[in-house]
Design a protein around this ligand. Structure first.
Ligand code: NAG
Ligand code: NAG
Ligand code: NAG
Length: 336
């Protein structure tokens, strides 16, 4: 039993290990029994990065407000070193954090978006959507979709001339992956002038359900994700009295919405072998396939939840190359 347990713990470089431990601890301590979050505690970890008009490693950033009344804004990442005749795809990115934590200015998300912008290269739109428990579902999905509408109707001046909104990708990790899926379904109904969603990068997406999966029950010594946490988050997310088989949580479950007729973008689903959420992510992949969608599964057996924000983890670099290849391959199919 004991040796078995040992093999259930991931081996991590020291830096991600410490940061993930602190993140797990703060996530645990900040959640109050009465269902609120102590955000002051989170601010103790001051890991915010301001936008930088002066390019850093060839990327400049600017924060653009969509709707101040609900604090809806995004951070735009613009590659400055690409030749003007190179067409840049646009990636709308939704950060993770259980719909309750973090923002585009959180330093790890700022850095990972910089890496996307540079490695692909692409223009990245990292969205600050409303959070739990102050704002329940569907605020997050509305904010995500409204960002697409905003880009379609009032493309900001800061947008580079060589960015092409007809080559849009939705991307997100964890809760952001759930959000990307729901925005993709809504965007599939059309109604855009310029925006065309052609691909989705679904990174360890956050789905749930009433029944526990094997990986949820087995992986108890891993960073961040625990059933105790995910139960708390879904309760704060869903309308009062709803359970985790709700169609937006257990998207492939007993109350699944049929998406066979929905125009849905080509998708890559990324799964880690030390992520308790992995069984549901594979189910999501199978469900997309059964629904007739183009989807590929990328599995990293040694990866923990959120591995990809740490460049010290070797799989993070493999992942970045996968994303680059996927964006190039899918864009090529749609280029005029
Ligand atoms: C966080 O909470 C989970 C679930 O209660 C627990 O298993 C884990 O040990 C806690 N971790 C830390 C660092 O507090
Ligand atoms: C929840 O608890 C915190 C701290 O104990 C308190 O400040 C807050 O007002 C409570 N909120 C609600 C909605 O009960
Ligand atoms: C980061 O973004 C959050 C969410 O909009 C905001 O409350 C906070 O003031 C920002 N912090 C900095 C340093 O820009």
């Amino acid at each position: 039993m004991n040796s078995n347990r040992l093999t259930e713990s991931p081996v991590l470089p020291w830096k991600p290990k410490i940061l993930l431990f602190i993140a797990t601890l703060i996530t645990n301590l900040s959640r109050r029994p009465n269902g609120t979050i102590n955000r002051r505690l989170l601010n103790l970890l001051d890991l915010k990065t301001p936008p930088t008009n002066k390019p850093i490693q060839g990327i400049k950033t600017v924060d653009i407000t969509i709707d101040a009344t609900r604090n809806l804004w995004f951070r735009l990442f613009i590659p400055t070193k690409t030749l003007p005749d190179i067409i840049l795809p646009v990636i709308i990115f939704f950060h993770g954090g259980g719909f309750a934590y973090l923002s585009p200015n959180f330093s790890h998300y700022d850095k990972v978006c910089r890496r996307f912008a540079k490695e692909i290269p692409a223009v990245i739109v990292s969205v600050n959507y409303r959070l739990l428990p102050e704002h329940r579902y569907p605020s997050q999905y509305n904010d995500g979709f409204d960002t697409l509408k905003f880009l379609d109707e009032r493309k900001p001046d800061e947008f580079p001339a060589n960015a092409d909104l007809s080559l849009c990708f939705l991307a997100g990790d964890s809760a952001g992956g759930n959000l990307a899926h729901h925005v993709a379904c809504r965007a599939g109904k059309g109604g855009f002038r310029e925006v065309r969603v052609i691909g989705q990068i679904s990174i360890q997406p956050f789905f749930g359900g009433e029944e526990r999966t094997e990986s949820e029950l087995r992986l108890k010594k891993v960073p961040i994700v625990s059933v105790e946490l995910t139960d708390w988050l879904w309760k704060a997310f869903l309308p009062e009295g709803e359970n985790r088989d709700h169609e937006v949580v257990n998207v492939m479950g007993p109350r699944a919405v049929d998406i066979k007729g929905v125009k849905y973008p080509e998708t890559m689903v990324v799964v880690g072998g030390f992520d308790p959420l992995q069984d549901r992510q594979r189910e999501f992949y199978e469900w997309l396939k059964r629904s007739g969608k183009e989807v590929k599964l990328i599995q990293y057996p040694n990866a923990v939840h959120a591995f990809y924000v740490f460049p010290e983890i070797p799989e993070a670099n493999q992942f970045m190359m996968e994303v680059r290849d996927f964006v190039h391959k899918v864009s090529a199919k749609f280029m005029k």
